[in-house]
Design a protein around this ligand. Structure first.
Ligand SMILES: [Zn+2]
Length: 478
């Protein structure tokens, strides 16, 4: 899907017959063809039809996203980062929607440029005009330059840059350079909103021609004092010295400085202070000068809410309104979801890379006092085909805390080996999602809570199994 989108379109026979005379005709044709493809793929249930319409429309009119984005009455926001894009995009959309705006946003994990195009098409009328006030687009880090060039957003948010499961050999450095280049070319009135606590993001922001809006946490009571061993980006971008961390919040995000005084965390303009965490259920914090209380758990979500607040305030929403509206927010599909299954409370959490996994483990064990776990690891393209990153996850944290651990997913056996080295007693590995759920039910009691920590496609598999058994709705219907 990344490149070479033509074969799909040629197969569908949509290109050759169209000879566009003007930019508007081309746009309308692209919209109609994209919309037809979307309808077709929903009927055939090709995964909810989230990106194919984008492929088709872009093949007909490569400038389609720029043209559609220009139709938005108020503008766009682009959100990127390794972790937290979906939740933060949902938060921003939810805040804008509650203030009476119509929103176009790409959902269901289709966050490449094709997904953003498909989302815009979906809201375009038959005349080819996009009818919405705001666009809220979550975009993969690698696609950010293209997205910024095409969408011309009013604000671009960078949440964090963690080493992902797909990046073990330095691609992240190249991506950071690309993001810096993209942000430095943004239109004059647009602003970069950046996480000051992330050394890689700070490095990007300090190189920009226009000053970004920095946000960060300011509460050492929720900080750890050592980096988890999965953390990367520990060296100063100026002189290469190891950074000193005075506080560590999530992964390598915290309060840091270079011992040679040539690089330090930028002072955030918007902070979260006095943070009170309550497991996976909720947290409260003073953001800017407003007390926020929201039914979302985990310190990583404090970053997402802080970032969404920074965006919303920048776009003109009142802090008092933001606080009131956030009280009733519910989590994005699949990032965290609660289901009742045979009397057990299942807490499904997407955990797709070492930084994310360590945070969900920490929240499940330390804050939610979790004892039952199903951990599902797949190695398909969307998960990352190299699963060696599990050796960077601190599964040791389960030792002495977890009483039930079911290793599941296509690579359940690799997980079982990792858990054995961590000294964590676990059930036999189970690659079949249905059997893994059955095993979890067998090992737990009615009324128990079990945490299901899964990579992306492993989560889809488990969810599909739950749908089959009638416990959850297919995701394109939620
Ligand atoms: Zn230095």
């Amino acid at each position: 899907m990344l490149d070479g989108n033509r074969p799909d379109c040629q197969r569908l026979g949509l290109i050759r017959k169209i000879t566009p005379h003007t930019s508007q005709i081309r746009k309308t044709a692209a919209v109609l063809a994209g919309k037809a493809t979307g309808a077709l793929s929903r009927v055939t249930r090709r995964g909810g039809g989230t990106t194919l319409p984008g492929d088709v429309a872009r093949a007909i009119d490569p400038n389609i996203l720029t043209k559609l984005a220009a139709d938005l009455t108020k503008g766009s926001v682009v959100i990127t980062g390794t972790n937290g894009k979906t939740t933060t995009s949902r938060l921003v959309s939810y805040l804008l929607e509650g203030a009476g705006n119509t929103i176009v946003s790409n959902r269901a994990g289709a966050n490449l440029i094709f997904g953003a195009t498909a989302a815009a098409l979906n809201r375009a009328g038959p005349g080819g005009k996009l009818k919405a006030d705001w666009g809220v687009f979550e975009i993969d880090e690698a696609s950010l330059p293209k997205a910024v060039d095409e969408i011309r957003p009013k604000a671009t948010l960078v949440l964090n840059l963690f080493r992902d499961q797909l990046d073990r050999y330095g691609e992240l450095e190249a991506i950071a350079k690309k993001i810096e280049h993209a942000l430095s070319r943004m239109p004059d009135q647009s602003i970069a909103i950046l996480n000051a606590d992330d050394p890689r993001v700070a490095e990007i922001g300090l190189g920009l021609p226009a000053p970004p809006l920095w946000f960060g946490l300011d509460d050492t009571s929720v900080a750890a004092h050592e980096l988890p061993h999965a953390a990367d980006a520990r060296t100063c971008p100026k002189c290469g010295a190891s950074l000193i961390f005075d506080a560590v919040y999530v992964g390598h995000d915290g309060v840091y400085r270079c011992p040679n005084n040539d690089f330090e965390r930028p002072t955030p303009a918007i902070t979260a202070r006095n943070i009170k965490l309550d497991g996976f259920d909720r947290f409260s914090a003073t953001i800017d000068d407003t007390r926020i209380d929201i039914p979302l758990g985990g310190l990583y979500n404090t970053y997402n809410v802080l970032a969404a607040f920074a965006v919303a305030k920048t776009l003109g929403l009142e802090p008092a309104y933001i606080a009131e509206r956030l009280k009733n927010f519910s989590a994005a599909f699949g990032r965290q979801e609660r289901l009742e299954f045979r009397g057990r409370h299942l807490n499904l959490v997407l955990s797709k890379n070492p930084a994310g996994f360590n945070e969900t483990l920490r929240t499940a064990v330390d804050l939610a006092k979790g004892t039952s776990f199903l951990i599902a690891l797949n190695d398909r393209k969307a998960d990352g085909t190299d699963v060696s990153w599990i050796w960077d996850v601190d599964f040791e944290h389960l030792k002495g805390n977890a009483t039930v651990v079911v290793p599941a997913g296509d690579r359940a056996h690799d997980l079982a080996v990792r858990l054995k080295y961590a000294g964590v007693p676990a059930a036999p590995p189970e690659t079949d999602p249905g059997k893994a759920l059955d095993l979890l039910i067998k090992l737990t009691n009615e009324g128990d809570t079990a945490h299901l920590l899964c990579t992306y496609t492993a989560m889809l598999d488990l969810r599909a199994e739950l749908v089959r058994r009638g416990w959850a709705k297919p995701y394109w219907e939620t």
